[in-house]
Design a protein around this ligand. Sequence first.
Ligand code: HEM
Length: 112
Amino acid sequence: MGAWLLHRLSGLFLVLYLVFHINGLRALSDPSEFEVYITVFRSPLFKIAEFMLLIVAAFHAFNGMRILIQDMGFRSDRQRVLFYGVLALTIIVVLAGGVPIIFPYFIAPLLP
Ligand code: HEM
């Protein structure tokens, strides 16, 4: 039930992000609007949003693959274990891809 709900919520979040993203791409043709977007993209708050997006996208992708594998007939009664595998893969991707995003903004300033 939890996995089912998380999958729907993450899917919904990705659709909302897609709308924002396509709107952002439109700004490429307008120099003044482009400047506004670039300023937003470089803000620390946006870096947190990017980090969250990576969590959501990685979770949705890995959990979606778990569901697709089941739907293809490779059924297993150890779904809880597979779900933990999804969470582990999500954490690995977020550490590998997300930490470099927030590092210059939130981690580097704390280093001696
Ligand atoms: C690697 C990429 C992706 C995979 C493997 C994947 C897989 C899946 C699967 C298998 C489902 C159906 C779950 C079920 O029937 O229980 C699903 C649902 C959904 N996906 Fe994805 N997806 C991916 C990317 C995306 C992206 C990029 C978006 C949005 C832009 C998205 C939006 C959604 C939404 C809104 C649902 C919910 C549909 C519902 O409520 O039944 N997905 N995804």
